[in-house]
Ligand binder design. Structure first.
Ligand code: FE
Ligand code: FE
Ligand code: ZN
Length: 293
């Protein structure tokens, strides 16, 4: 395996949870991966002592993976900007505290978070509310896990559709050392950035946020044209971004050392594409997926 950090989203499933996830990632040629601690769309979580964490961590060492680059994704229903409902906002905050503690319990340092969505409020107010929520959460959780705010496609009232919006959130957070960024290639393309101009994207990111804040890359093709604000991921080489443009993110020297994580769709909802996609990206050559005829 070369030193390019390439992996995918992996699900944690009964009965072996983390141990099985690490094995699965390794079997697909991955040296990094990302997981949700339960279902992405809800906050039901099984107790940590059932998750086979120590076994998983031992396997990570055996396989020569580095925990620095393994990432947790918070469920996407967390919305610190829900201005309509203080109770919902409080649930989001307390869940996020627990999720940061869970991330630390796995021995990991990055938690990816969708910044949130403006509900019945201006974007400016919503941004302030996200930052306020983060300030409370980061005071309370007692970990040093870094919250990586994800760049979003700008579907509906989603926050984080520009680098400037992520900066605006971070500017209002007190513990800035606990804020990083996750760049999703599908999302920034859908948000309107010219993803194929990688040097342009990186220099813009650098001038707005600073490239040192970039901790995680989500590597996805997109089913839609640039600026569509849709957020529908396509398999690598099967979308509007294309294999070569995505390969440039895998190999760019300024992005060396940053984990690149695929969140591409299962083929026919059944066959995980990751082993083949990763092999093609490592080889630098697109051959397509065997299940797609
Ligand atoms: Fe995400
Ligand atoms: Fe993503
Ligand atoms: Zn997405």
């Amino acid at each position: 395996m070369n030193d390019i950090l390439l992996g995918s989203h992996i699900s944690l499933a009964a009965p072996d949870y983390y141990a099985a996830a690490v094995k699965e990632a390794h079997s697909w040629g991955e040296n990094v991966f990302m997981f949700y601690t339960g279902a992405p769309q809800n906050t039901k979580r099984i107790p940590l002592d059932k998750m086979r964490i120590e076994e998983g961590r031992a396997l990570i060492r055996d396989y020569g993976m580095d925990e620095k680059n393994i990432v947790v994704h918070a469920p996407y229903i967390i919305n610190l900007a829900n201005t309509k409902n203080e109770a919902t906002r409080e649930i989001a905050r307390s869940f996020l505290v627990e999720e940061l503690r869970r991330t630390a319990a796995f021995g990991l340092r990055y938690l990816v978070l969708h910044p949130g969505s403006a509900v019945d409020a201006s974007r400016e107010e919503a941004i302030a509310m996200v930052a306020e929520g983060l300030n409370e959460v980061l005071k309370e959780d007692g970990t040093d896990v870094i919250v990586c705010l994800e760049t979003m496609a700008g579907k509906g009232n989603e926050l984080g559709r520009t680098f400037e919006e992520l900066k605006a959130i971070r500017d209002l957070v007190e513990r800035k050392e606990r804020i990083g960024v996750c760049l999703d290639t599908c999302h920034i393309h859908d948000a309107g950035y010219d993803i194929k101009d990688i040097d342009g994207v990186l220099s813009e990111f650098d001038s707005v946020l600073g490239l040192d804040l970039l901790k995680v890359i989500h590597l996805n093709d997109s089913k839609n044209e640039r600026g569509a604000h849709k957020d529908r991921h396509a398999n690598i080489g099967y979308g509007a971004i294309g294999f070569d443009a995505l390969l440039a993110y895998v190999n760019h020297p300024r992005l060396a050392g940053i984990p690149k994580i695929l969140e591409t769709p299962y083929i026919d909802h059944e066959f995980p594409p990751y082993e083949e996609e990763i092999a093609q990206l490592r080889n630098g050559k697109f051959v397509g997926l065997s299940e797609i005829k």
